[in-house]
Every structure is written in structure tokens, then in C-alpha cells.
Design a binder for this molecule. Structure first.
Ligand code: HEM
Length: 268
């Protein structure tokens, strides 16, 4: 067994790795077989930041400027979840690559990680819900529902413009995220949902414009988005390359089948 590893690993450590990969395999099989349970756990996790902020608001422990926190926290979470939804495909890719080094066969195939791809839609919808709360708190508590003030802010503050445009584009993505819309829109569904890239760019821009000097978070988020977009660009380029080679007849059918059956951004 030691021969399968390029470096010497003591038997005790190897046994430990095998035992752990067995339990990981059990968990993964369970995750793939129980989508409802996974969804329930995910929903609880997604609701947690809202619940904590609400709890602190009710207890009056949000600090000296509670309104600022009430506006900023949902905006922050909306952006974090947007980036998380974009990170799922590269994460699955990375996990498959890691599994190729493991001794077990489970985890090496794309379908073993389908449950992970299923998390993407609820995460995207939660991102929109946080954006709705963010905008609602700003319009209701900060502007007192005054349309004039909103138009004034929209004209004079670039970050409000960017936030507004990203919100307007995010809305159709959330509303068409159901299976019914996916069937109705067919190929256009994917085209429509590629709006997620300009939406995340605008949201990051919104964040960068309003952040105070010395705050690192917007730059960290921008870097994360840069890597996620770079990953997408490389994947799209590779797919285009393989499909062109297929036209030339130089790529085996099984490679094309794998790429077209489980493209990274295919909805499941
Ligand atoms: C109509 C749309 C929007 C409006 C009017 C709006 C407005 C605002 C306002 C007033 C602030 C607080 C600025 C301050 O305290 O000085 C803010 C912060 C923020 N917004 Fe928006 N926003 C919008 C859409 C969005 C969207 C769609 C996202 C994310 C996807 C987002 C993410 C953020 C973030 C990350 C912050 C900063 C949070 C922090 O500092 O921790 N906003 N927004």
C-alpha cells in the first residue's frame, strides 16, 4: 500500500488517513442521498447572520450607530453569499482534484459532488433576500420613504448608482431561479444567469466606493472576485478549445461528453 504514495508515510498515519477517508466517504454519500436535510442545514446557516443582527437590535447592543449596522450588515452578507455562490464550481473542481490523491474511488467523479452544486441556488436566493433587507432598511429608516431624497442620492452618489444597478440585475436572477423558469427559458436561462458576473462586479464597486480609508475588507473581496472570474474565464476558454477540437475531430468523444454533461456552471 505504501507504494501508491510518492513519499514514505508511516503505517500509523496511513491507517489514520484511510479511516478518516472512510468516514468522509460515508458523510459524502449521505449528503448526496439526502438533499432535503442538506437544504435544511443550509437554510439555518443562511438565516443565522440575520437572526444574530435582529437579536442584537432587539437587545440594543448594535453599538452607537445601530442604523448604520442595520444597513451595512445585510449588504455585507449579500455580497459574501454572492461570492460564495460563484465559488461553488471551483470548490467542486478543487475537491475532485484532492480526491484523486485519496485511496478511495468515491469523490473522484463529478456526480459525487452534485449536492454541492445544489447549494448554489439557495445561496444565490439568500444573497438577494439580504440585498432586499439592505435596501429596505436604507429606504425605510434612513430615507423615511422619501423618493426625492432617493433620487438626490442616486444623482449625487456614485455608490448608490452602482448598488441600485446591481440590485436591479440581481432581482431577475432570484425570481427565475426555480425549475419552472429554467424549463421555460431553456438556453436563455444560462444566458440570463451569467448576469451574476456583472452584478458581482458592480456590487464590489459599490463596496469599494463607500468604504472608509484603511479598511481592508473591500480589497480582500475584490481579490476573491478576481480569482473567481479568472477561474471562469479559464474554464470557458478550455471548453471553447475542446469544442473547436471536436469540430476538427481531434478530441475523444468521452472528453466532450464529460465537458458538455457536467459543465461547471450547469444548473442542477
Ligand atoms: C438600491 C440598491 C442599493 C442601495 C441604495 C444601497 C445603499 C447602501 C448604503 C446607503 C450603504 C451604507 C453606506 C454608509 O454607511 O455610508 C451600503 C453599504 C453596503 N452595501 Fe449597498 N446598496 C444597494 C445595493 C447593494 C447590493 C445589491 C449589495 C450586494 C450585493 C450591496 C452591498 C453593500 C455592502 C457590502 C455595503 C458595505 C457594508 C460594510 O461596510 O460592511 N448593496 N449600501
Amino acid at each position: 500500500m505504501r507504494k501508491t504514495w510518492p513519499i514514505f508515510i508511516p503505517d500509523s498515519i496511513l491507517k489514520n488517513i484511510i479511516n478518516q477517508s472512510k468516514s468522509a466517504e460515508k458523510v459524502l454519500r449521505y449528503a448526496n442521498g439526502s438533499p432535503r436535510l442538506i437544504l435544511l442545514v443550509l437554510c439555518l446557516c443562511l438565516a443565522e447572520p440575520a437572526a444574530i443582527t435582529l437579536w442584537e437590535a432587539l437587545r440594543g447592543t448594535l453599538g452607537v450607530n445601530p442604523l448604520e449596522i442595520l444597513i451595512r450588515e445585510p449588504g455585507r452578507w449579500s455580497l459574501i453569499l454572492l461570492l460564495l455562490a460563484l465559488a461553488i464550481a471551483p470548490l467542486r473542481h478543487g475537491l475532485i482534484l484532492c480526491s484523486t490523491w485519496s485511496l478511495k474511488s468515491f469523490g473522484k467523479r463529478m456526480p459525487d459532488w452534485n449536492w454541492l452544486i445544489r447549494l448554489r441556488r439557495p445561496i444565490g436566493v439568500a444573497s438577494f433576500c439580504y440585498a432586499v433587507v439592505h435596501v429596505a432598511v436604507y429606504v425605510y429608516f434612513d430615507l423615511d420613504l422619501r423618493l426625492d431624497d432617493f433620487l438626490d442620492d442616486f444623482q449625487n452618489k456614485l455608490y448608490i448608482k452602482m448598488g441600485f444597478i446591481s440590485f436591479i440585475f440581481l432581482a431577475p436572477l432570484a425570481f427565475t431561479s426555480t425549475d419552472g423558469w429554467m424549463r421555460r427559458l431553456k438556453r436563455n436561462w444560462k444566458r440570463l444567469h451569467s448576469l451574476i458576473y456583472p452584478v458581482s462586479l458592480l456590487a464590489i464597486w459599490h463596496f469599494l466606493l463607500l468604504s472608509k480609508p484603511g479598511v481592508k475588507e473591500p480589497y480582500i473581496f475584490s481579490l476573491v472576485l478576481f480569482f473567481l472570474l479568472a477561474y471562469r474565464a479559464v474554464q470557458a476558454w478550455k471548453r471553447g478549445f475542446v469544442l473547436q477540437d471536436r469540430i476538427d475531430g481531434t478530441v475523444p468523444e468521452r472528453v466532450v461528453e464529460k465537458l458538455t454533461k457536467y459543465p461547471d456552471d450547469s444548473p442542477k
